[in-house]
Ligand binder design. Structure first.
Ligand code: SF4
Length: 1016
């Protein structure tokens, strides 16, 4: 049979690739493909002759080289007409059939041609459509032709219709190899991938061209305002597999990473628990899996598991990673018998038992990597794990073929693994997956695997991290002699993964598998190191020890990053715990998390006596060396120091609260500079006495450990209600001891009315006519007004008339109703709190403002709170000071029920003071630190980060104490002086309104005298 090979002018071919290839490249590609086709046609035994039809004279010479004839046609005659003329010519020569073949069919082999010619003898008309069934790649016609050859759009449909109209019954040959079109970058990438997988045995010229190919515009995709690519379509992502400019990819990837992860590189401090090293699979690179005869026992016992977990807990680990072989009981009798002896029907049932034991005993959060699972198995493990994972490794079925890495491993079937990952998404499990590179896959297949994962993530939103793991050749395995991917290849893959998944996804590479390349991997776009253990080795790669965390931290700093410990659950999933975390695991996660969702790194909790991590704080706050401060933080701080707090919005304040490492230090230093500029070296405090007249309260604030119902005697402290006489006595004693102020607040006793607060004021005023009465939270004022039937203005006016001087700004908690709805649902809402304060300010009653933070709130709530305080102050000027009150969790009901965090971390607590200084400047000039919550050392740290006031001596602090506070009920004036002098500042006693107290109150002995009335 004769073959007709129509080819356009090489310079005008492949125009659909014009975005990516230059005219020269397109011409070279087409020439290479035509030559490869000619070579195959020359190999076919059933081909009588080949006729090349083209206007391009250079092709005629090439045709000669392969023994083909050629015919030219004029430019003004269409290619279809020229082919028609060629058919007629062959018919005139006595040919009864011919085959029209495209010049760009890379997988057209001599054998296939012969097979098609043999088929044509049975059915004279054959049609081979292209992949999308739009075009015709190959056509066998009888001669003289009963219908014309028609190149161009929709040619397959037109050929089919024309053939049927001519009474023919064409055979449609849907051969995927012959259907391959080369019309876009993804096709080029797929072609190179397939040719690479075949070691370039086929299409030598096309393969040679593709190997050296560099695309003109490798990333045609949307860009953000900085010009950074954001999200790639599948076609463009597949085209990336052709990209050879790794440096450019890395630069783009790192830019994208920084838009979301900023200066953070995270890691999870964990223990690895190799529950069993038996596995039914036989991956050709694995040394983790072994035979029963090599093991003392098929499974670790629960005691052995707990021993590992406890060692990790002592070292600050937060995660227990269960890593094990796949369903060994299906392969080994030893495994079946061991499970039976322990009373478990499957390995996964034992995993569930061991994970629960670890969490219950140590609080570590289990992360389970147990291989392929059914939905029921995932459901079983969800209540005992915070997250799960399964490496996809590769989506290429080719790797399961004989001689490839996954041959003989039933669980490495990509379809099966993708099904498990999809099920985890449907069951709302925060999930880890990733790819293993260098096990025989091509770059195109890597991209295909990443896209498969992206499709699942887009459907379910559950992939919290993508691991890019590099294969390591291990002695004793079938792949012992295989080449390991080099650093450039790993960097290329990380960068491509970042470009595919975008800024938010966590892209991870294990640091122990590239020990000398830590900065290089950061440069490629990772934001996470995965699990690093100070206790256990990486059992899967035992030859690769974990780098010390201190070393990782230093290397991160050298790359301009801050190493932050995270939990196995990423912050985004922890924040949406109601959807993503099983109720059984939530309390454990809250205990370990900060407000952003990262791990608490220090064992300091507000109100408790544990040492404040002063060294860490001072290093961060004072050290000017190390990684650079982020540009956005630098710019923000410059604006704030210049008094631009009014222009700062919620997003920017949140960014300040996220500051870690060098950024954290910079925020603290800026706040300290501002404090110094406004307040100099003076640190003020007031000598006062707290009188909490009752702890009986009918409100149900979820954080409050102070309030008692009338019958709650069993709780810490008994219900009490002080008489007016007792209040008077305590006031009188306070006055004698030099107090300038009494601070009066209490629970909302069901019997209290507006008159009660009037009576309290009068009792205090009678006992000490000149003492400053600082009393009644906005909630009490609201209740007082309501029960009196008076407006807020009239009721506050009445309190003022009987001696009230100022109001404490408590009951604010978080001024955001989203939080208040859970935190204190029956309390006054945000607007009501602000209304009380605004009304008081209007009457000339100054107030303080507080924030009680670190429970269920997040940074954007803190930001809103600060902005609301700032806004009211702009209107009234009535706040004298801002007092951050870190949540003391120890005895708080919501913490005991597992529904809140354990208060702010030391970083967050210090930051709140610093950011308040910056954001409220110049409207509120006094930032007070609560020594009761922060402890003396924490208070010192805050005084060096923007705070200028140490609050009151208190004498009878009882609210924090009820919540589990351990810093005592009072700090004498003498102790306050010492604390302030220790940081090189000058102690100054003040009045409530920041005036100078009269000399009467300067008797130090009186201030330090022990209490005789009301000492609890
Ligand atoms: S915070 Fe105040 S109002 Fe709320 S329960 Fe405690 S004492 Fe009552």
């Amino acid at each position: 049979m004769w073959i007709i090979l129509p080819v356009k002018d090489l310079r005008r071919s492949k125009t659909r690739l014009a975005r990516w290839l230059s005219p020269r490249q397109r011409s070279d590609l087409m020439r290479a493909m035509v030559e490869d086709v000619l070579e195959e046609l020359a190999r076919a035994s059933k081909v009588s002759g080949v006729l090349v039809v083209s206007t391009d004279r250079s092709l005629h010479k090439i045709a000669d080289q392969y023994g083909a004839r050629s015919t030219a046609f004029d430019d003004d005659r269409s290619l279809n007409q020229a082919v028609g003329a060629a058919c007629e010519q062959l018919a005139r020569q006595g040919q009864t059939s011919c085959m029209i073949v495209h010049g760009d069919m890379p997988f057209l082999s001599g054998e296939r041609i012969d097979r098609l010619i043999a088929q044509a003898s049975r059915n004279q008309t054959i049609l081979v459509p292209c992949k999308d069934r739009q075009g015709t790649n190959l056509l066998v016609l009888t001669l003289p032709a009963k219908f014309p050859f028609q190149y161009g759009r929709d040619s397959f449909r037109r050929h089919l219709q024309a053939a049927r109209a001519a009474g023919l019954d064409p055979q449609i040959e849907a051969d995927p190899d012959l259907a391959l079109d080369v019309n876009g970058p993804a096709c080029l990438a797929e072609l190179r991938s397939r040719l690479t997988a075949g070691n370039g045995q086929q299409c030598a010229r096309t393969f040679g061209f593709l190997q050296g190919l560099s695309l003109l515009q490798p990333h045609p995709h949307s860009r953000d305002r900085t010009g950074t690519p954001r999200s790639l379509g599948d076609e463009d992502a597949l085209a990336l597999s052709l990209e050879t400019d790794t440096s450019t990819l890395m630069r783009r990837a790192a830019q994208i990473r920084d838009t979301h992860h900023g200066n953070l590189i995270s890691y999870s401090r964990k223990v690895f628990i190799p529950l069993t090293r038996l596995c039914r699979d036989v991956c050709h690179y694995c040394t983790f899996a072994t035979r029963p005869s090599n093991l003392k026992s098929p499974y670790l016992s629960v005691d052995e598991v707990l021993e590992i977990a406890r060692a990790g807990s002592r070292q600050g680990c937060k995660e227990a990673l269960f890593t094990l072989g796949e369903k060994p009981e299906l392969r080994y009798r030893d495994a079946r018998e061991a499970l039976e002896a322990m009373g478990f029907g499957s390995t996964l049932k034992y995993v569930a038992h061991a994970a629960k034991a670890v969490h219950d005993d140590t609080g570590l959060l289990p992360h389970i990597n147990a291989g392929c699972m059914t939905p029921d198995e995932i459901k079983m493990l969800r209540p005992v794990s915070a997250s799960m994972g399964l490496m996809l490794e590769s989506s290429s079925h080719r790797l399961c073929e004989k001689g490839m890495a996954h041959h003989g491993s039933p669980d490495k079937d990509p379809q099966k693994r993708l099904e498990t990952i999809a099920s985890a998404g449907e069951l709302r499990v925060p999930f880890t997956s990733g790819i293993l590179i260098g096990i025989g896959e091509t770059r195109y297949e890597r991209v295909e695997a990443l896209l498969a994962l992206r499709r699942l993530h887009r459907a379910h939103g559950h992939l919290q991290e993508i691991i890019i793991q590099n294969f390591r050749a291990k002695p004793g395995t079938k792949l012992a002699g295989a080449d390991e991917p080099d650093l450039a290849d790993l960097q290329w893959t990380i960068a491509v993964a970042r470009l595919i998944f975008g800024p938010e996804m966590s892209i991870q590479a294990p640091p122990n598998l590239s020990p000398r390349a830590v900065p290089a991997l950061i440069g490629a776009g990772i934001n996470d190191w995965g699990g690093v253990s100070p206790v256990t080795p990486d059992f899967v790669n035992p030859e690769a020890p974990w780098p010390p965390i201190q070393q990782l931290s230093q290397q991160a700093a050298e790359a301009g990053k801050y190493l932050q410990q995270r939990l196995t659950v990423y912050p985004a999933y922890m924040r949406r715990h109601d959807q993503w975390i099983d109720p059984n695991m939530r309390a454990g996660i809250f205990r370990l998390a900060d407000a952003e969702g990262y791990a608490r790194q220090q064992d300091w909790y507000p109100g408790l006596s544990g040492a404040f991590p002063r060294a860490t704080f001072e290093h961060a706050a004072k050290t000017r060396t190390g990684p650079p401060v982020s540009k956005s933080i630098r710019e923000l701080l410059a604006r704030l120091e210049a008094g631009g707090g009014g222009e700062i919005g919620e997003t920017e304040i949140v960014e300040l609260f996220r500051a870690r490492g060098a950024d954290f230090g910079a925020v603290c230093r800026a706040a300290d500079r501002l404090r110094d500029r406004i307040k100099g070296g003076r640190v003020t405090y007031v000598v006062n006495r707290n009188i909490n007249y009752t702890n009986i309260c009918y409100f149900k604030c979820q954080f409050c450990a102070f309030s008692k119902g009338k019958r709650n005697e069993g709780l810490r402290g008994s219900p009490y209600n002080l008489s007016l006489d007792e209040i008077g006595l305590r006031t009188h004693e306070a006055w004698l001891r030099g107090a300038t102020e009494v601070c009066l607040q209490g629970g909302i006793h069901p019997d209290f009315t507006g008159q009660t607060y009037v009576d309290i004021c009068q009792a205090v005023r009678t006992a000490a006519p000149d003492i400053h009465i600082h009393a009644f939270s906005p909630l009490e004022v609201w209740q007082g007004a309501k029960t009196s039937g008076l407006s807020l203005e009239r009721y506050l006016g009445r309190l003022k008339d009987v001696g009230l001087n100022t109001l404490p700004g408590t009951a604010a908690e978080i001024l955001d109703d989203e939080v208040r709805a859970s935190l204190c649902p029956d309390k006054i809402n945000t607007d009501q709190w602000l209304e009380v304060m605004g009304t008081a300010h209007g009457l000339g009653l100054k107030t303080t403002a507080t924030i009680m933070f670190g429970h269920i709130d997040r940074y954007h709530h803190w930001a809103r709170h600060l902005l609301r305080i700032r806004h009211l102050q702009e209107n009234t000027g009535g706040f004298t000071e801002f007092v951050p009150l870190p949540f003391v969790a120890q005895e708080a009901p919501m913490f005991l029920k597992g529904k809140s965090r354990r208060g702010p971390t030391s970083r967050e607590a210090v930051l709140m003071h610093a950011i308040a200084r910056l954001v409220l400047h110049p409207l509120i000039s006094n930032i007070q630190v609560s020594w009761v919550k922060m402890g003396p050392e924490g208070a010192s740290a805050c005084l060096q980060a923007g705070a200028n006031d140490l609050g009151g001596t208190l004498m009878n602090e009882s609210i924090t104490r009820a919540a589990g506070g351990a810093h005592g009920q009072q700090l004498s004036a003498h102790e306050m002086d010492n604390l302030i002098r220790q940081i090189g500042r000058q102690p100054v006693q003040r009045t409530t309104l920041y005036g100078i107290p009269s000399p009467r109150n300067g008797d130090q002995r009186a201030l330090d005298a022990p209490l005789s009335v009301g000492a609890i």
